[in-house]
Design a protein around this ligand. Structure first.
Ligand code: IVH
Length: 692
């Protein structure tokens, strides 16, 4: 074995002291300054070094301890059994390794059942019940002793102070995770902000800060809850032989348990569970940062035992980090459809939530100043689900380096040089150029064509810019004149005849969109899809809507004074009004009134009156596909006839495909079927095949 170099020894010590510092900030001060991801990276680096140089191991190393010492102000409580931690895995390969270590450790080759559970992003507590009565509750602390938070925990409504059911052991330690559901966290933070108090960065910090309130009355006012997920010591009583049955027993005793756990078999079962939970992560009402696999049989758990601070019978499989640190290279200003100026951080590219991120929004200049983010800063980026990546906060460097100045809000639009305006009571600054600003023109066109608006395929960012630059289009209304300019279109850079015709056809199809979509597509400030629907339903025609005054508009469900004002201003504006009038003169459209729309079966039940046939395997079950089609009004039949409106084709289809072709029935593959279900492409867009 090699001896460590002085550099390696230096790094070992540095990592230990860094990790101690970050542990303390995370566990004791509820004020972490690096992301969990960055922490994990440092931790893994230390684990790797200690594995290479075992003689350098220090029993006091952060790899051998959990958390930090208890807060001085709380009394300490010693856990009956130590509270340990979990090893982290990040890839399928890591999970295969874990499973191999389990099978080798047990010396068996048969299949292994795991209890798979979400890894809740809260904080661990140890509950002690004596003869079924809650006696104490303690935080994890250093794993051996934690803070006495009994008074605080007693305020959590979900927790029984007395167990229900029977066969309570004389004394039992139950391990649980305390957390704050996401929605309640948002609500609480909003309230704290209104009261001018300090808000919390995320639900985990909020839960920690709330549980460790010296004054339990404050804890009681905040929405904490918990799930019980494991066992500590047990005296005078026996528990069932598997993790799944233990959790079931907890539930019978009235203890809250996570409803998402399940028993699964082998690596495949674990990875399948991981994939499903990762997909549902953002739908769950609470935050999770991965899943946990536990060998289900308790006798096998005992046989496997522990290694340092982690059980060999359980592990955490973490999701890709959604918060990652990176460097701000520059800050640009983007001008949106309504003129809003958005500062955008250009970043050193990083992987966040599994995708490469190069830009992140800073929302507006007020927010940027509040977060004090400047070019050259290290920042924490967050990208959760489909949400646009955003800068969460600046990460101070220690010691502080000289920084570049804060970028002020421009006084003139960086694109068209029109003055920037910012009303006193608004947070957003805007370019006053309206449709004279090329950026607002382009964004207006892009929004009009977007999927949820007029859904004009092929009219994306680049094409919008090209059309405007060439002068072929000067407003959204000009799109409907483009067919008269086909020759000039073809001469545009990189546009062949085929793509020009596709675009013209897509524009032509957009005449069928309904009043609500049309209204949304106009891009009136504060008029989203829902408001557009309400307006369409209320007024029924464009003529009625355009004649409405502010009072009429406020009579519409969920239209307040602000929206009413924006709608009125839009239709009376000398810039927008002529464009709307021009659009209303486009022939053969369905958007001027609801009555025009009702000539085609759209909106509520778009498939009413149509018979649909399915063949082959879809990724959803046949029954589910049938249910979903029926919920849209379709009749699902088993055999094809001339009356069939379309055939949905999965993998390994049967002879129905040929029959559909023979009869000229439209054929939809699974992707088209999904679009049909989601309403992004209506049935009218699927032309019947020419009979062969
Ligand atoms: S079991 C000896 N199960 O993750 C096994 N822990 O990184 C101890 N956690 O301290 C942990 N959800 O605070 C377990 N379903 C779950 C969990 C879970 C969240 C937390 C817990 C623990 C930490 C370990």
């Amino acid at each position: 074995m090699n001896d460590p170099t002085p550099d390696e020894i230096g790094r070992l010590h540095q990592l230990r002291s860094l990790l101690r510092e970050h542990n303390d900030r995370y566990h004791r001060q509820d004020d972490p300054i690096i992301s969990d991801y960055a922490y994990d990276q440092l931790f893994q680096e230390l684990v790797a070094l200690e594995e290479r140089f075992p003689e350098q191991i220090d029993p006091d190393s952060p790899t051998r301890r959990v958390g930090a010492r208890p807060l001085e102000q709380f009394a300490t409580l010693r856990h009956g059994q130590p509270m340990l931690s979990l090893s982290n895995r990040f890839s399928p390969r890591d999970v295969i390794d874990f499973h191999r270590q389990v099978t080798e450790g047990l010396g068996i080759d048969e299949h292994i059942d795991y209890h798979a559970e979400p890894k809740l992003d809260g904080l661990a507590i140890n509950l002690t019940y004596v003869h079924g009565i809650l006696e104490t509750a303690a935080t994890r602390g250093d794993g051996l002793e934690g803070e006495d938070v009994t008074l605080q925990v007693r305020t959590i409504p979900a927790l029984p102070l007395k167990l229900t059911g029977t066969h309570h052991p004389h004394r039992i330690e139950i391990r649980a995770e305390v957390f704050m559901p996401r929605a309640l966290f948002e609500k609480m933070n909003a309230q704290l902000q209104r009261q001018g108090e300090k808000t919390f960065a995320n639900p985990r910090n909020a839960a920690a800060g709330t549980l460790r309130q010296l004054d339990p009355r404050i804890t009681a006012r905040r929405p904490l809850t918990l799930f019980c997920h494991g066992l500590g010591g047990v005296e005078g009583g026996a528990l069932p032989p598997t993790q799944a049955e233990i959790i079931q027993q907890f539930s019978l005793w009235g203890l809250p348990v996570c409803p998402e756990s399940e028993v699964t078999t082998g690596v495949d079962g674990c990875l399948d569970y991981f994939t499903r939970m990762a997909a549902r992560r953002h739908e769950l009402p609470y935050e999770i940062d991965g899943v946990v696999y536990k060998v289900n049989r308790v006798d096998w758990q005992e046989q496997l035992g522990f290694r340092h601070r982690d059980p060999r019978w359980a592990t955490a499989h973490k999701f890709p980090a959604e918060e990652v640190e990176t460097l701000v290279l520059a800050i640009d200003v983007q001008v949106g459809r309504t003129g809003a100026l958005t500062p955008v951080a250009r970043l050193t590219p990083v992987q966040v939530g599994g995708v490469a991120v190069t830009n992140a929004t800073l929302h507006n200049f007020e927010e940027m100043a509040r977060k004090d983010v400047r070019p050259g800063d290290t920042v924490l980026i967050r990208r959760a689900g489909d949400v646009i990546p955003e800068v969460v906060r600046r990460v101070p460097t220690l010691p502080e380096q000289p920084r570049s100045p804060l970028i002020p809000c421009p006084t003139h639009c960086p694109v068209c040089a029109a003055p920037v305006i910012k009303p006193e009571h608004e947070t957003v600054a805007r370019c006053s150029g309206a449709l004279s600003c090329p950026a607002q023109q382009r964004e207006t066109l892009k929004h009009f064509a977007s999927r949820r608006a007029m859904d004009i395929e092929g009219l994306g960012e680049k094409m919008c810019a090209q059309l405007l630059q060439s002068g072929l289009v000067t407003s959204i209304a000009d799109l409907y004149l483009l067919h008269t300019r086909r020759d000039r279109l073809i001469r545009l850079e990189r546009l062949g005849e085929k793509s020009v015709d596709n675009l013209l056809q897509a524009i032509d199809r957009s005449r069928k969109r309904d009043l609500a979509r049309f209204l949304f597509a106009l891009g009136i400030r504060e008029v989203g899809e829902q408001t557009a629907k309400s307006l369409a339903r209320h007024f029924g025609t464009m003529a009625e809507l355009m004649a409405a005054n502010v009072a009429d508009l406020q009579g519409v469900a969920d239209v307040g004074s602000v929206v009413a004002h924006h709608v009125q201003t839009f239709f009376s504006s000398p810039q927008y009004r002529p464009i709307v009038d021009q659009l209303l003169n486009v022939p053969d459209t369905h958007w001027a009134s609801i009555a025009a729309e009702s000539m085609i079966p759209t909106t509520r039940q778009p498939l009413t009156g149509h018979t649909v046939v399915i063949t082959g395997n879809l990724s959803m079950s046949r029954q589910e596909a049938k249910n979903r089609l029926e919920s849209l009004g379709a009749k699902v039949s088993g055999s094809i006839s001339k009356k069939t409106r379309c055939l949905i084709v999965g993998s390994d289809p049967g002879s129905k495909v040929q029959k559909a072709k023979d009869l000229g029935v439209a054929i939809l593959d699974e992707a088209a079927f999904m679009k049909l279900l989601s309403g992004t492409i209506p049935l009218e867009d699927h032309a019947p095949e020419n009979p062969s």
